[in-house]
Design a protein around this ligand. Sequence first.
Ligand code: FES
Length: 200
Amino acid sequence: MSSENAGNEFTNFPAAEGALSDAHSDESDVRRAVAVHQRDFPYERGEEAHVTRREFCNFLALTSTALFAAAAGFAAKAALDARSTESFTPAKIEGAETLAPGSALNFRYPTADDTAILVRTADGHYYAYGQKCTHLTCPVYYERQRQRLECPCHEGGFDVRTGGVLYGPPPRPLDQIVLEVRGVEVWAVGRKAGEHEHSV
Ligand code: FES
């Protein structure tokens, strides 16, 4: 190799070898041409493959962890829902079909000892809750003007559409009575415990 070509082997390799034209350049020509570069700048393909496998394994581990966490979250939510919602024998709520919008009536569900309140809001929707305030079990009532459920004992207030605590000492929402509207009739079909909003 002439001094003119020294350090320029890669671009001029066919001429440097002098035996092959460009048309006959093949893998062996390339390998010979890059040999100097490989010696000066060693590059381990095995190492590259190892890194790639390690990265792929990390990716798999992260993906598996994320999937596991998501599945565990769904399972926990399903378990919580199953625990907080109780099904009871469905019972027709007498008088619900003639209840005027913006008014309420009392009924008992799921047993004769469990007082409950059914509210029909001004837009015609029905909502029902266990009547026991979640503070110290005083009975709540529907305050028509303010359109909310109120407890007279310590001035607790609840949202009529969610049962959530609006103000006062109650530590959690009212227990919800699950309803089904069947034609013009309204049926109670279950009870859902109010979830804790804040600790006492
Ligand atoms: S019992 Fe209802 S606010 Fe105390």
